[in-house]
Design a protein around this ligand. Structure first.
Ligand code: NDP
Length: 455
């Protein structure tokens, strides 16, 4: 592919959920050479809300369902295959007051003729102690996505919230749970009358008025929730295995506050069904301008619309500098490969990255290099984000450090011995001594510096 040395980008897409990757895919195939800024921490992890869900059963084309993080890996690979360039960082600022538009990200200034805002919305959380421990282990922000998880079958479940989402989800969950508790903080529902009636007419739903969740119980999976009354006094403990938040969403519109019109909840205002915003050349896609539908498929569809609209706008104003391709058909997409669990037969004492308890035992006792150990699980979205970053660190260190990956589902005993309760957890050893431990996705530079200090 011949890359144009465009000082000014044709199109920058901000956000890496289904809307962002679909917009980038369409723009890349239109030879617009788009730049996509994935985000890193602001507004959730790269890949968006699907990175923290398990099975997605309602995205067409996957008849047996697909894990949310895997679906996002695929969307990313497809966008990259057609030439999307990625910047894996948050956008620190965006200035739409003059043209070309200006963004600060990853320590540099990026200028762009057009921008697609696909920054999404973050599901609100209760911020109760223990929430992180049980997130994706009983607590979810999406009943529609996660309700059918086997752990929820014929168990008591609960939904927090009193709006239409909470009511809809409570009714939906009665298909799976033995009983559904609806936890409402006031003495009335905010939901529409019709929705409220459906809840109250359903014998499988019990509404708990004037109640707030105070505490979670359980070991590796949620087992109970403790409720308090309106005055904060203990009220009851419910033996629920699944708790679903439906307490509203907050759109990630901080970057454009004061620059574009937002509604009272902070969502971008556009003409219904149209991606154009109040500033020409700036388009929106996905949940950032949609508080009604909020599905992966609707976000992807609006990403497509935004890219086509941006292409038309750039062409109309004669602003696009398109690339030409040497190969009409790009190379096949690269998808992340699962880590092989090694045994005595295929263990390699020099491998940069291998999996399983055998490799861990051998390297722990024998390696003189810094040893990183990452605990992962197949459905862990943040692991999908973190592992490629760590692979880059190991490649940059050129064999001076090694990694062993432990899959929590295969080697639960090892994880228990190591005191690991969640994924991703990263440990750094040197000479059998634990030097540092991190929980959750970290900045690549921080991990690299810690490893370098042990070399
Ligand atoms: P809403 O903002 O309408 O409702 C949020 C609910 O969560 C409210 O009942 C609120 O309580 C409660 N809540 C907020 N924070 C807390 C907290 N910290 N602790 C306990 N409860 C809390 O969000 P929805 O997602 O329900 O709906 C968003 C929009 O989408 C609405 O316009 C809705 O009509 C629409 N929608 C329509 C559907 C349909 O028609 N089928 C389905 C789903 C959504 P309180 O009432 O006390 O403020």
């Amino acid at each position: 592919m011949v890359q144009s040395a465009a000082a000014v980008e044709n199109l920058v897409v901000i956000g890496s959920g289904p809307a962002g990757y679909t917009a980038a895919l369409y723009a890349a195939r239109a030879n617009l050479n788009p730049l996509l800024i994935t985000g890193f921490q602001d507004g959730g992890i790269p890949g968006g809300q699907l990175m923290t869900t398990t099975h997605v059963e309602n995205f067409p084309g996957f008849p047996d369902g697909i894990l949310g993080p895997e679906l996002m890996d695929r969307m990313k690979s497809q966008a990259v295959r057609w030439g999307t360039r990625l910047v894996e960082a948050d956008v620190d600022s965006l200035d739409l007051s003059s043209r070309p538009f200006q963004l600060q990200a990853d320590g540099r200034t990026i200028t762009a003729q057009s921008v697609i805002l696909a920054t999404g919305a973050s599901a609100n959380r209760l911020q109760v102690d223990g929430e992180d421990t049980f997130w994706s282990h009983g607590i979810s922000a999406c009943a529609i996505c996660d309700g059918a998880t086997p752990q929820f079958r014929n168990e008591q479940l609960a939904v927090v919230g009193g709006g239409d989402s909470a009511c809809e989800e409570a009714v939906y969950l009665t298909k799976y749970g033995s009983k559904v508790h609806l936890i409402v903080r006031k003495d009335r529902l905010r939901a529409s009358r019709a929705m409220a009636d459906r809840v109250q007419a359903n014998p499988q739903i019990e509404v708990h008025w004037n109640r707030q969740v105070k505490r979670f119980g359980g070991s590796d999976w949620l087992a109970s929730i403790e409720l308090v009354d309106g005055d904060g006094r203990p009220a009851e403990t419910l033996p629920v295995r699944g708790l679903f938040y439906a307490i509203g969403h907050t759109p990630n519109t901080g970057l454009v506050k004061g620059q574009l019109p937002l509604d009272e909840k902070g969502y971008l205002i556009t003409e219904p069904g149209q991606p154009a915003t109040a500033i020409e050349g700036v388009f929106s896609a996905g949940d950032v301008a949609d508080q009604q539908w909020r599905q992966a498929i609707t976000a992807a569809a609006s990403g497509c619309q935004a890219a086509l609209a941006a292409e038309r706008w750039l062409t109309h104003h004669d602003l696009a500098i398109t690339i030409t391709r040497d190969n009409v058909e790009p190379e096949a997409a690269e998808l992340p490969q699962p880590t092989t669990t090694v045994t005595e037969q295929d263990f390699d004492s020099d491998a940069l990255w291998q999996g399983g308890s055998y490799a861990l035992r051998r390297l722990y006792h024998e390696s003189t290099k810094p040893l990183l150990v990452i605990y992962t699980s197949p459905s862990c979205g943040p692991c999908h984000v973190f592992k490629p970053q760590l692979k880059r660190v190991l490649t940059e260190l050129d064999g001076a450090a090694q990694m062993v990956e432990i899959n929590l589902e295969e080697d639960a005993d090892i994880a228990a011995q190591a005191g690991v309760t969640g994924t991703p957890t990263l440990q750094l050893f040197k000479g059998k001594a634990l030097k540092q431990q991190w929980r959750g996705v970290q900045q690549r530079s921080a991990v690299k510096a810690a490893v370098e200090a042990q070399i």
